[in-house]
Design a protein around this ligand. Sequence first.
Ligand SMILES: [Zn+2]
Ligand SMILES: [Zn+2]
Length: 240
Amino acid sequence: MNSYIESLLELIYPEKNICYICDYYDESIGENYICNKCRQSIKKVVPPLCNKCGKPINYGLSINLCPDCFNFEKYFETSRSPFLYEGIIKNGIYNFKYYNKPYYYKLFGSLLLQYMNKINYLNFNYIVSVPLHRSKLKSRGYNQSELLAIYISNKLNIPYINALKRIKKTNKQSSQSKLNRMRNLENSFTINKKNKINFIKKSSVLLVDDVYTTGSTANECSKALLNYGVNKVYVITIAR
Ligand SMILES: [Zn+2]
Ligand SMILES: [Zn+2]
């Protein structure tokens, strides 16, 4: 069976009422895709947050920016994430990306949507996602951020646009220093002009990614969108 069909089956395979994280069966799980016990063990991002990137910061700062946002220019308006990148969220995202579990977009998509509703992070003209390089897309078979973005787009009735293209193949980011990551990602993204997306100029766009680590990816994508003429870019990721 080729991997495309396999991933397609994976999208429909998991039974309703089974927790994606621990396989526990409970009829109350339904379209939450997660049992109560797992849900309660998720570590949330707790305010006060950096106005820009959403990192938890200490009380009593005169400016509500984390040191990173204070020192490095950010092209996006704000970035928000409901969860800390640890425990079952970290494992779940790893499985989502590397263990052929594309259907996890349902779990993470619904968690993101609940959070976006809660903080009223809903006012966008279009939704875009961080692209994979085409060679990686070919080997993985799906782009996890795109699956999330399309899920949110459908639920909120905001058009999803395949706006960005990754033109530079980059090494695995997590093993590198902040400065290296920044250099490595510079000019890695461009606008998918062949998709005729002129209409996104002057609009507000939500950029979807799985994890916010140093913010370099979100920043480079935002830069490409702003240079093209997009008015404002907002970012959402599952975790940070
Ligand atoms: Zn569970
Ligand atoms: Zn910040």
